[in-house]
Design a binder for this molecule. Sequence first.
Ligand code: NAI
Ligand code: MG
Length: 347
Amino acid sequence: MAAHSSNNRIEATLIPGDGIGPEISEAVVSILDALGAPFAWDTRQGGLAGIETSGDPLPAGLLDSVRRTKLALKGPLTTPVGGGFRSVNVRLREEFQLYANLRPAHTLIPGGRFENIDLVIVRENLEGLYVAFEHYIPVGEDPHAVAISSGVNTREGSKRIIRYAFEHAARLGRKKVTVVHKANVLKALTGVFLEAAREVAKEYEGKVEWDDRIVDACAMQLVLNPWQFDVIVTTNLFGDILSDLVAGLVGGLGAAPGANIGEHAAIFEAVHGSAPDIAGKGVANPTALLLASGLMLEHVGRLDLADRLRRSIDAVLNDENVRTRDLGGTASTHEFAQAVIRQAGKA
Ligand code: NAI
Ligand code: MG
């Protein structure tokens, strides 16, 4: 995760995606250009667009590009139902060993049920119950009488994600890491995660504070007093659930960005899908993909540009009240993007 100097161009793969993907990608790229972001884009088709051009939702050209650039901004991809295609997102995660899923939750528009939320969930992305070693044991006539699933957490995998969370906190000046587990009941599976946390935390003594929570108590605390949390790191399934919970604290998935990060590549995306119902109409909200591009700027060490981007979005939404239809406004994708570009020029 190298920091790059501001005059170096950084090659990055742009996957515009399906549905609203091309519209929101175009808006995001125009804003990043105006901001002076260092990315030089290698544009590659995936999803339905990939099937049309090369018969595969994840064409070799796309994979080769990410292998080379190690950095991608990805629009939503439509995963075709049926036809034997595996989820494109799962394939990408496995292919590039994207072990960390980063989901920040930040209040964008005040006046909701929760104000001033600013926290990050770091979810382990490759292990846990998601390895899905599952089987049934038939009893009598019932082939599904007993269902069995085994989870796998490794010490190395746990240390890697926990170290990622501490590094992220240290780099962004965040104060505290909360390790979330269920080590009181799943003593081996999540106990090893807590053990790993104790080892890694020692390396950050005096730099980043930490504590731990049991997942069910953490869920309640996130609703009662989310402001006590800063960075939360947890295993795959708990992270899946808690990251949607915190998206709910800040108004839903519509403005939620995500990052999938590995040692050799990182892929940034909006959490929402391709929104076929509004595709091609020029009304989609590019904010989630834009915030994802902000995470990408942080990833390459451009905290200055990421900060300017977020302040510009805030000014457009809350000072100018320029909002797309999903947020109750009337702005088109293009009008919203132009407003952010104007603000970025002032910020
Ligand atoms: P969706 O997130 O695409 O849409 C749900 C609702 O939210 C729709 O009414 C849509 O118009 C609205 N919406 C979503 N993003 C919006 C935006 N930026 N601005 C304004 N409104 C927005 O979820 P859905 O309909 O379940 O999935 C559609 C397709 O997307 C499916 O093929 C699914 O597989 C794919 N998908 C891809 C993801 C990815 O690539 N990471 C993630 C989720 C779904
Ligand atoms: Mg989920």
